[in-house]
Every structure is written in C-alpha cells, then in structure tokens.
Design a protein around this ligand. Structure first.
Ligand SMILES: C[S@@+](CC[C@H](N)C(=O)[O-])C[C@H]1O[C@@H](n2cnc3c(N)ncnc32)[C@H](O)[C@@H]1O
Length: 258
C-alpha cells in the first residue's frame, strides 16, 4: 500500500489512542510536548497577525498555541480522526482533510507554514515542498520539524541479549541499560510502534536530501535548530532526558520562499 494511504489508515484507526498518550504525557510518549513543541514555539517567534497554515496539524495542539500567540490559523491533516479532534479543540479555525502534496489553498495565501513531525511520512519531498512554496507569500517562512539526520541513520535489530529501536537506542535486556549506536548514508523506509498496534512507517533521509528538495522547490535554508528537551521532561522519563540532552532527536528546518 502507498505510504500516504497507509498513514491515513493508521491515524484514522489509532488516532484516538495516540492522542490520549500525548495528553496523558506517558513517559514513553512525552517527547512531543517537552521536546518538539517548545522548540517549535520558540523557533516561530512573534507571529502576531500572521496568516499561518499548520500542515499535518494532527489534533491541533500546535494551532492552539499559535492562536494564543495571535496568529490567524488554518490547519490541514490527512486523517479525518485527527481533524475531528482539531476541530473540537479549536472551534473557530478552518480545518481541511487533505495532503501536503495537494494543498487546497490559493497561491501566496500564507506568511508562515509549519509542519510538525510529519515530513517523514511524505514520499515525494519535491512535490510537498513545491506545494508549500506555492501557498506561501514571497519571503514567507516554512518551519518543519523532523528527526535529526544523524538520528535517522539508526537501524532496527534484536537478538537474545539486545534490542535496538528505529532511533538507535540499544537496550541490554538483562540489565535494562540503554546506549545508542548509528549508521549513516542509507535512505530508506523504517517503522516504529507509536502506541501498541500502531506501526507507523516513515522515511529516513540525509540532510542533503532535505536541502536539495528545499532549494529545488524555491526555498533558501535560513536556520537549522537542534531541539533540546525542557527540564520538566526529566520527571516523566529521566533516562530519555539524559539521552536527548546528549544528541538531538528532532531538529527544525527554517526555510524562506525566495
Ligand atoms: C506524528 S503526527 C504529528 C501531529 C501534529 N503535527 C503534532 O505534532 O501533534 C503526524 C501527522 O501527520 C499527518 N500526515 C501524515 N502524512 C501527511 C500528509 N501527506 N499530508 C498531511 N498530513 C499528513 C498524520 O495524519 C498525523 O496526524
């Protein structure tokens, strides 16, 4: 099955359980709220009265904050389940169900486009970035978060003694000790069990692939921000806090429409 159809199916089916784990801030799922979100909110800075589109908006948790910052928001997501949560949370915002590769908006509509942890589900980066470029005004900014390219290089492996997940965390089964290893250069689709039964598939890419797709689609890269977890995260998962302060799991690309 094509990855877009697969992703839609999986978020439609497990969206409620996924969002529940986010809201409950379960230790194994707390890194959006304490890692990506604070990093993205700081990156976008002052967005008062800016027209902002959040792509892959999920349950609209970012939009809630962007509204508080005074932005005029719209949101779009592949999954009807996720959009129904987004609508519940943000009554006066216009949401669409749809894909980044075919945005239902006119040319030059937005000053800002954001995309939090969704680009890795997209097969054709050039198509996606060209669409974002089309709906942005000249000079408009595109902020998207993704796995850090070094973290992307990790491989899945398991034997009797150890288990390595898609992000390179090596767990020694006997002691529970966790370390991290890596491998670069191989771009591929990998998978990860987001919540029990919810196996997401995602692309692992090199930094250069992102950069070339951005340039080809009419952007210039103006910043690349490695996300550090906020201190509060320590109380939810002190082990992961330690690891995430040593190397970045997520980074934010900031690109300007030329
Ligand atoms: C990991 S969730 C992140 C949701 C939200 N941005 C957040 O950080 O809370 C990824 C979201 O991207 C959406 N998505 C995946 N591929 C997409 C596409 N091609 N176009 C639009 N949304 C997509 C999924 O349906 C899902 O809601």
């Amino acid at each position: 099955m094509d990855i877009e159809k697969y992703t839609k199916k999986i978020y439609d089916k497990f969206g409620q359980e996924y969002q529940k784990t986010r809201e409950e801030k379960r230790p194994e799922r707390a890194f959006n709220e304490f890692l990506e979100m604070p990093c993205m909110f700081k990156a976008v800075g002052n967005i008062k009265e800016k027209k902002l589109l959040d792509v892959g908006c999920g349950a609209g948790v970012h939009i809630k904050k962007y509204l508080k910052k005074g932005a005029l928001c719209s949101g779009i997501d592949l999954s009807e389940t996720m959009i129904s949560f987004a609508r519940e949370k943000n009554k006066n915002v216009h949401f669409n169900v749809g894909t980044i590769t075919k945005l239902p908006y006119k040319n030059n509509s937005f000053g800002i486009v954001t995309a939090s942890l969704m680009i890795d589900y997209v097969k054709n980066l050039n198509k996606a970035f060209s669409e974002v470029n089309r709906v942005l005004k000249k000079g408009g900014l595109f902020y998207y978060s993704d796995m850090n390219p070094a973290t992307e290089s990790r491989d899945i492996y398991e034997n009797k003694e150890i288990k390595i997940d898609a992000f390179g965390y090596v767990e020694y089964k006997k002691t529970g000790k966790i370390i991290s290893l890596g491998r670069s250069w191989l771009e591929r689709i990998d998978h990860f069990e987001m919540v029990p039964g919810m196996k997401v598939k995602f692309y692992k890419r090199m930094f250069r692939t992102h950069l070339n797709a951005l340039i080809k689609s009419g952007f210039e890269l103006v910043d690349f921000i490695d996300c550090r977890p906020v201190k509060e995260f320590k109380k939810y998962n002190s082990k992961e806090y330690e690891m995430l302060t040593k190397f970045p799991m997520f980074s934010i690309y900031v690109a300007r429409k030329k």
